[in-house]
Ligand binder design. Structure first.
Ligand SMILES: Nc1nc2c(ncn2[C@@H]2O[C@H](COP(=O)(O)OP(=O)(O)OP(=O)(O)O)[C@@H](O)[C@H]2O)c(=O)[nH]1
Ligand SMILES: [Mg+2]
Length: 219
């Protein structure tokens, strides 16, 4: 295990309708690539990236890339509870995907109650603005974000504009939440892990195994 490489591990889930570009955002962020033809996600995919949130403080980001299609919803729902952060994505050129953000938000909040998730709202495919394809204004998206108390960023995986910013803003919000006590690590919850706690747990289980073996040998 790579415990020496990171101080914390955050689990972040990608949320939003099919084709809004969730997988493309992750591909751009983790591999700096963009595919015009990309397969729809089936169930859930998994990505990893590292981010230094402050000097010497390395965070391992584990991303759950969920399928936006309704038929996979029962699978994707099971990932909500163990995520600390949620990237709420809509397509600036697809009005329905913006209107569905409320449903995504409410569904996730219902599932993680009594706890909460830290969100970022993303208006994606901002490159299409030049083709006159915008159907959601910055002002109305900002209004929705303000209702949820989240920041709002417009980005494009095609050009790469603001993609890093999206992931950095969300990660830093989670980190700040951890420092301020807004988010806490809990027993049996995998949204946040600390490498120190993890190493201690591994050491303890190693000691337990050794003790059991000693007892067996002794008997
Ligand atoms: N113009 C433009 N097209 C994009 C952008 N990001 C993704 N696309 C295209 O949008 C389509 C869908 O992208 P995906 O990343 O598969 O969307 P998704 O949200 O993961 O979809 P599901 O896996 O079905 O939930 C693909 O044809 C991408 O090439 C972008 O920033 N700009
Ligand atoms: Mg996808």
């Amino acid at each position: 295990m790579d415990l020496t490489l990171w101080n914390y591990q955050f689990r972040i889930i990608m949320l939003g309708d099919s084709t809004v570009g969730k997988s493309s955002m992750l591909k751009r962020y983790t591999e700096d690539r963009f595919l015009e033809c990309i397969n729809e996600t089936v169930g859930v995919d998994f990505y990893v990236h590292f981010l230094e949130v402050e000097p010497g403080m390395m965070v391992k980001l584990q991303f759950w890339d969920t399928a936006g299609q309704e038929r996979f919803r029962s699978v994707t729902r099971s990932y909500y509870r163990n995520s600390v952060g949620g990237m709420l994505v809509f397509d600036l050129g697809n009005r329905a995907s913006f209107e569905h953000v409320r449903e995504w938000y409410e569904e996730v909040c219902d599932h993680v109650m009594p706890h909460s998730m830290i969100f970022l709202l993303v208006g994606h495919k901002s490159d299409r603005e030049s083709d006159g394809e915008r159907t959601v204004s910055t002002v109305e998206a900002e209004k929705l974000a303000a209702q949820y108390g989240t920041p709002y960023v417009e980005a494009s995986s095609k050009t790469g504009e603001n993609i890093e910013r999206c992931f950095e803003v969300l990660t830093r919000r989670i980190y700040q939440g951890l420092l301020s006590g807004e988010v806490r690590m809990r027993e049996g919850w995998d949204g946040i892990k600390s490498s120190v706690l993890q190493a201690q747990q591994q050491l303890r289980s190693l000691q337990d195994t050794e003790q059991m073996q000693e007892k067996k040998t002794c008997c």
